[in-house]
Design a protein around this ligand. Structure first.
Ligand code: NAD
Length: 341
């Protein structure tokens, strides 16, 4: 941890230029904030398909005008090689987050998923290679594990993808390995598990469970639990995703172009999650946390349990999750309720 802090201090003293795709999204906007708070210069690319101007305005409010001036926005598409070239030009590192990031949406639209998630990533890898970018750090996903039965999930132990989304992230990892082999383009993948935190979109059919439930509880509505609620996930607070990205970006040259799990390594069931959120809402707005959940039939295709083995990211990148899921949930609740949404 001391070495990592030293590296961050060094970065602050000698700022670099970073390319960042998906900058207006949930994770991308947090990366923007983290980099600007480290006094870095950032060129961000987004087509605002799921990203929101609100997220960028929120970052601007958090970092202040002086730091905000170090940010350049390119409104464009990762499917466009020229937009990728501009994002990578002069960049020291590129953090790639842009994707069609929803499993059900990918099942409805497999071709678009392939074009954005795979074609767009290949554009970024090639633009990074041509611009001499030292490393690309890219968002992969626990969805690459597909139907693999192993628990906890170990990086090399893959199953068959269960969605175009999972397949697209697996193909990204293979493109990254191949581009390293053929062109010596370093690219580290981060297999995020279920990330949560402020600015995650609570609206729409594809919203993630935590912001959706907070929104429903806040409105006095019942949350929907599929099946018996004992399905569990490895919920990962956004702060840990920041740490993983920075550690991957700062890892020494020669660090292998592999993909690593990013999570807490803890299982939380949906029943436990619902209980914590209900209590949290009740403590902040008495009366709203008492609505019982609506229980419906299990959802087809849902994996029963998903938990990460973190040994590899600990050993190779020195990653160590901070805080607790409960603390992350409290911070997230505070943020959503303060928005008065
Ligand atoms: P998000 O939808 O909030 O962010 C994705 C961003 O990419 C959006 O701002 C969107 O407008 C942008 N984008 C989409 N298509 C684009 C295109 N063609 N050109 C340019 N920009 C485009 O989602 P997120 O949760 O912030 O996810 C970020 C990354 O992390 C994604 O790659 C996602 O697959 C991955 N991931 C997220 C989670 C999670 O729990 N949130 C878990 C695993 C992996």
């Amino acid at each position: 941890m001391a070495l990592f802090k030293e590296q961050l201090d060094h970065l602050r003293q000698a700022p670099r230029r970073w390319g960042l795709t998906g900058v207006a999204g949930f994770i991308g906007s947090h990366l923007l904030q983290t980099l600007l708070e480290l006094d870095q210069e950032v060129v961000g690319l987004d087509d605002f398909s799921t990203g929101r101007a609100f997220n960028l305005a929120d970052v601007r409010g958090q970092v202040g005008e002086e730091r905000w001036r170090r940010f350049t926005l390119i409104e464009g598409d990762v499917r466009d090689p020229e937009a990728c070239r501009r994002t990578c030009e002069g960049a020291w590192r590129v953090l790639h987050q842009a994707a069609l990031a929803s499993v059900p949406r990918s099942i409805e639209n497999p071709l678009l998923t392939q074009q954005v998630n795979v074609g767009g990533f290949l554009n970024i890898l090639l633009a990074a290679r041509d611009a001499g970018v030292g490393r690309v750090v890219y968002a992969s996903s626990s969805a690459v594990y597909g139907d693999g039965p192993t628990q906890p999930k170990v990086e090399a132990d893959l199953g068959i993808p269960l969605s175009p989304y999972g397949l697209s992230k697996l193909m990204d990892e293979q493109w990254a390995a191949l581009c390293d082999r053929l062109y010596s383009q370093s690219a580290i993948g981060l297999r995020y598990f279920n990330v949560f935190g402020p600015r995650q979109d609570p609206e729409g059919a594809y919203a993630a469970v935590i912001p959706r439930w907070i929104e429903q509880l806040r409105a006095g509505r019942a949350c929907t639990i599929f099946g018996d609620g004992e399905t569990s996930r490895d919920f990962c607070y956004i702060g840990d995703v920041m740490q993983a990205n920075l550690r991957a970006a700062l890892a020494p040259p020669g660090t292998p172009s592999r993909a690593f799990n990013v999570a807490r390594g803890e299982a939380t069931s949906l029943n436990q999650l619902h209980q914590v959120l209900r209590e949290g809402v009740e403590a902040r707005i008495p009366g709203l946390g008492c609505v019982e959940a609506r229980r419906v039939a299990p959802r087809a295709g849902d994996i029963r349990h998903s938990r990460a083995d973190l040994r590899q990211i600990q050993e190779v990148l020195g990653f160590a999750p901070e805080g607790t899921v409960a603390q992350g949930l409290r911070d997230t609740l505070d943020w959503y309720l303060a928005q008065g949404r």
